[in-house]
Write a protein that binds this ligand. Structure first.
Ligand code: NAD
Length: 349
């Protein structure tokens, strides 16, 4: 297999701490991969104003197979200009329309639901990643006055909705799943989510063995807490996907163990971006408290994408063992620091 290039952006806060461990993991596997370390994030922005230069974006697009990102967000940059340029430059700029977020508990010990085990928490959310309320269209009028108005437009295109829904069904087909849920608010958002509703059932006709199930997103939150076991694949819009996957992260043990991929699903050869779901967690930064499992599982997703699915299975099994045996960080009931928790998992591999 030809060597593949991975661009690494550690980012801010705990990002560099967990990505340092992820890099150790990748280097130890001795795969035909080259790492390209990029100095981008709040420090760089504060030093010389650089956010996401065009030549870097072009090289990533043309030469890299994947981007591994830590997290972005720093209290010294209150408006998050750098984070927006980098994160949206990757997601929107490379048209990575499917944000795939597994909600899979690896150990009974971390499942917070009474009477439930890891078998009950195994679903995946396909979040639309390039449209919705996150396109930042809108404006403010009469700002700072008692009459002020603030508007954010919710953009939903037929193409954007259809391709995301199709990515969810394709995943269900590949993995032998029997159902796909589509979560919307078509009862209240009669235009945008009527489109989601209609397109969902149209696309479903191309997948006869898979039952399409519509659910309002508020009800989905209820079901995920009461009994997530019947839910296999969820497709939803950008905002709802963002929110339900934090709820999902809680079901699998917290943000410290939640991974994600950002892909242009209909063309796997395009560069894709992989990041833990969590943010930069400024209060944890520099204290050796960050859980490296989310970034390890994210590397697992990346390695499957790059053609090494056995690596993901191994990484997942090693993380599961660490969680079962409480050889992990405090957020998941252990006592270890970031590096020691990573050492334990690396030793299992
Ligand atoms: N994709 C991204 O880069 C991304 C995603 C979310 C938030 N952010 C940014 O991160 C900053 C902080 O945001 P936030 O506090 O809302 O979310 P956060 O994910 O950083 O933290 C939320 C909670 O989860 C815990 N947590 C997160 N990751 C953890 C880990 N690896 N180990 C142990 N505990 C962990 C934190 O302690 C905190 O209690 C903000 O600037 C925000 O904009 C960035």
């Amino acid at each position: 297999m030809a060597r593949k290039l991975i661009a690494v952006i550690p980012g801010d806060g705990i990002g560099p701490e967990v990505i340092a461990q992820a890099v150790r993991l990748i280097e130890r596997r001795k795969l035909p991969l080259d790492l390209w370390h990029l100095d981008l994030g709040a420090d760089r922005y504060l030093k010389d104003g650089t956010t996401f230069p065009k030549d870097v974006a072009d090289r990533i697009r043309n030469e890299a197979s994947a981007v591994l990102l830590g997290a972005l967000g720093d209290p010294r940059v209150p408006k998050l200009e750098h984070a927006r340029d980098i994160l949206f430059g990757l997601r929107f700029g490379f048209d990575l329309y499917a944000n795939i977020r597994p909600v899979k508990a690896l150990s009974d010990r971390v499942v917070p639901l009474k009477g439930r085990t890891k078998k009950d928490v195994d679903l995946v959310v396909f979040r639309e990643n390039t449209e919705g309320l996150y396109v930042n269209m809108g404006g403010q009028f009469k700002r700072g006055t008692p009459d002020e108005i603030a508007i954010n437009e919710d953009v939903n295109t037929r193409k954007g909705v259809e391709r995301l829904i199709r990515a969810g069904f394709e995943h269900a087909k590949r993995r032998g799943k029997k159902t796909v849920h589509m979560a919307d608010k078509s009862n209240a958002m009669a235009h945008a989510h009527e489109l989601w509703h209609r397109v969902f059932f149209e696309v479903a006709k191309d997948y006869p063995g898979i039952e399409p199930k519509h659910v309002y997103v508020d009800a989905l939150c209820l079901y995920m807490v009461q009994d997530p076991s019947p839910i296999e694949v969820v497709v939803t819009c950008n905002l709802f996907g963002d929110i339900v996957t934090d709820l999902g992260a809680a079901l699998q043990g917290g943000l410290g163990v939640a991974s994600s991929a950002n892909v242009h699903a209909s063309d796997p050869a395009r560069v894709a971006m992989f990041e833990p779901v969590h943010g930069s967690a400024p209060p944890l930064a520099g204290k050796d408290l960050a859980n490296p499992i989310a970034s390890f599982l994210t590397v697992g997703m990346m390695l499957t994408h790059l053609g090494f699915p056995d690596e993901e299975r191994r990484i997942e099994a090693a993380c599961a063992k660490a969680l079962d045996e409480a050889q992990c960080t405090r957020d998941v009931g252990g006592t270890l620091g970031t590096r020691a928790a990573a050492d334990y998992i690396l030793a299992q591999l």
